[in-house]
Design a protein around this ligand. Structure first.
Ligand SMILES: N[C@@H](CCC(=O)N[C@@H](CS)C(=O)NCC(=O)O)C(=O)O
Length: 204
């Protein structure tokens, strides 16, 4: 087992994007797939906020936000120059703030008993349309190459699409739907979404 430790959860979109960046950067680490109802004590000691992903480096440094893990990983090794791209920060922030809020209210309205969540799907759709406009002009979000914006955002679009597959498939957003399928079928995603019988496991 390797000495960098990642606390993760297979289906968490933040953990997915961190695993994709770590794999892209070929950083060996030992991945603990956690049980939310029984979070490991070592993880909570390192990062009391209790969310995944959390990366603990060999020297004890704790990186406890998915974007910080991604930036750290790509600073070590960025084979396709993802950090050189221009203009990804704003789009990722829009995903993580506005779109994620709409996704949660659409997917889990009973977690927001004091709010009217009836418009959440429409609010999310505005972001889908914005991405679709970009994807009508080039194959990936920033240009014709997959990059940091794509891996940071598509795990959330996947969740949104899966809430009501029939509704999503009927949308007139072909470039977006093709982009999501391409990302889901990619070797990168297939590798990080594999089910392991045992935890911890080695990501590389
Ligand atoms: N801002 C954090 C968000 C991470 C996050 O919210 N992860 C969720 C899972 S998708 C979590 O760990 N929730 C803790 C819980 O449900 O107890 C990041 O980017 O790493």
């Amino acid at each position: 087992m390797e000495n960098h430790t990642l606390y993760s959860y297979r289906r968490c979109p933040y953990a997915m994007r961190a695993r994709m960046a770590l794999f892209m950067a070929r950083i060996p680490c030992t991945v603990h797939d956690i049980d939310f109802k029984n979070k490991p004590e070592e993880m909570l000691k390192a990062s009391p906020k209790g969310t995944v992903p959390v990366l603990i480096l060999e020297d004890g440094t704790v990186i406890e936000e998915s974007l910080d893990i991604i930036y750290w990983a790509l600073q070590q090794n960025d084979p396709d120059g993802w950090l050189m791209a221009q203009g990804y920060e704003g789009l990722i922030a829009e995903n993580d703030e506005m779109f994620k809020a709409a996704l949660d209210r659409y997917k889990y309205p009973n977690r927001f008993p004091d709010e009217d969540c009836a418009n959440a799907r429409e609010q999310g759709l505005v972001f889908l349309q914005k991405l679709n406009d970009k994807l009508a002009a080039h194959a990936f979000l920033l240009n014709d190459q997959k990059g940091i914006a794509d891996i940071c955002i598509f795990p959330f679009i996947r969740q949104f699409a899966n809430v009501d597959r029939e509704w999503y498939e009927a949308l007139d957003l072909k470039p977006l739907q093709n982009w999501l399928n391409t990302n889901l079928k990619s070797d990168l995603f297939q590798h990080i979404i594999k089910k392991y019988q045992e935890t911890p496991y080695c990501l590389i």
